[in-house]
Write a protein that binds this ligand. Structure first.
Ligand SMILES: [Mg+2]
Length: 369
């Protein structure tokens, strides 16, 4: 069974995802000469991702990703991965090219699962759990009053935990404390509160914010510093009385190993729409050696969420699964089936492959050039 075609889809939805701008998504479909298809997604600039996939092959070290793998055996994922890595070494080794590789890698895992008639978690290990404790990510308000109402919305939704962050955090110590106080008040004392520090702090203010958040029983403090401020994260983690998390922007094991080996984080956040499954497994192995727990970062669609659930089903040391509560028309209408949430847990998908498929009509409706 050989890879016959690699097709890209840039999708645009109506409305905004919370405060985070227009809705867009990038999907890849890998088809084999047997007629089997696998789906993957990537989270970056969709038009740049498309160029990384569709650019022609110029030579052995300067190629688009599709040209590097068409004609290769579809079930040899590590072979495809190395072919993509080698043939892009002069085009761009990291960044958007590596993120586009994640979409293809997820599609190949989806294909391999469908071919075997097994869910991806059964291909990457032995499932330790059938359901995962989760949290819902939702936006902050412009004012503490609106923020408190948003936290209450998460509580009323039934989520056992909520994560909030980005704008307007980072304006000052008093303003930040008012936000955290409003979140705790709206969410209630019995729900876990997670705060995303949105990369805006220096080390000194991040340590001070961590101290303040510990007083409000914040469950984790995410990415308060620039993504690769390795020394800063090391200092922060040493001083903080609550877990520090980071890693969502990284696309490969080299990047994430700096955070793990540098003793920068208690929990590493792996975005499978940036790393793919093959790299995520390598990251998880390294994290286990260093006693670092692995969680997903999922801002995009349910292909990412499904892949994350398969991964977190098999890993020894995990924490809460991220699910999104911010409205997103693409997430709501594009992929089926929807995942089941019950009693504070998300059920790990058990269908062959990743376990979600795009709806053909919705794919057509949301696709743009
Ligand atoms: Mg984040």
């Amino acid at each position: 069974m050989k890879i016959k075609a690699v097709d890209t889809f840039i999708l645009r939805g109506n409305g905004k995802q919370g405060a985070y701008g227009d809705l867009h998504a990038f999907l890849v479909r890998v088809a084999t000469d047997d007629g089997l298809v696998g789906w993957g997604e990537a989270d970056s600039h969709p038009h740049m991702l498309r160029a990384a996939v569709e650019a022609p092959m110029l030579n052995d070290v300067t190629s688009g990703l599709a040209a590097a793998i068409i004609g290769r055996p579809a079930l040899d994922i590590s072979g495809a991965w190395h072919a993509m890595e080698r043939t892009t070494s002069y085009a761009a080794r990291d960044g958007v090219t590596r993120i586009a590789m994640a979409a293809i890698d997820l599609a190949l895992w989806d294909l391999r699962g469908k071919e075997a008639g097994k869910p991806v978690h059964a291909l990457i290990g032995a499932a330790r759990r059938k359901k995962l404790p989760y949290y819902m990510t939702y936006r902050l308000g412009e004012t503490p009053e609106e923020t408190e109402a948003n936290a209450r919305f998460v509580r009323d939704y039934g989520a056992p935990a909520g994560k909030f962050g980005w704008h307007p955090l980072g304006r000052g110590a008093r303003e930040d404390e008012a936000i955290v106080e409003a979140l705790r008040s709206g969410l209630g004392a019995d729900r876990a509160l997670l705060v995303d520090g949105c990369n805006v702090y220096d080390v000194e203010s991040a340590i001070a914010r961590a101290e303040m958040m510990a007083r409000y029983d914040v469950y984790w403090f995410e990415e308060p510093l620039r993504p690769y401020d390795i020394e800063g994260y090391r200092q922060l983690r040493r001083k903080a009385r609550l877990p520090i998390t980071a890693g969502e922007v990284a696309s490969d094991v080299e990047e994430l190993s700096r955070l793990i080996e540098g003793e920068c984080v208690d929990i590493v956040q792996i975005d499978l729409a940036r790393t793919g499954m093959t790299q995520a497994l390598r990251v998880a192995e390294l994290a286990e050696k260093h006693g670092v727990r692995c969680v997903n970062h999922t801002y995009t669609l349910d292909i990412n969420l499904a892949a994350s659930m398969h991964l977190m089903a098999v890993l020894p040391q995990i924490d809460l699964l991220e699910c999104q509560l911010n409205a997103n028309e693409l997430r709501d209408k594009l992929l089926a089936p929807k995942f089941v949430l019950e009693n504070g847990h998300a059920l790990v998908p058990d269908l062959p492959g990743l376990g979600v498929e795009p709806d053909a009509e919705a794919l057509d409706r949301f696709s743009i050039d």
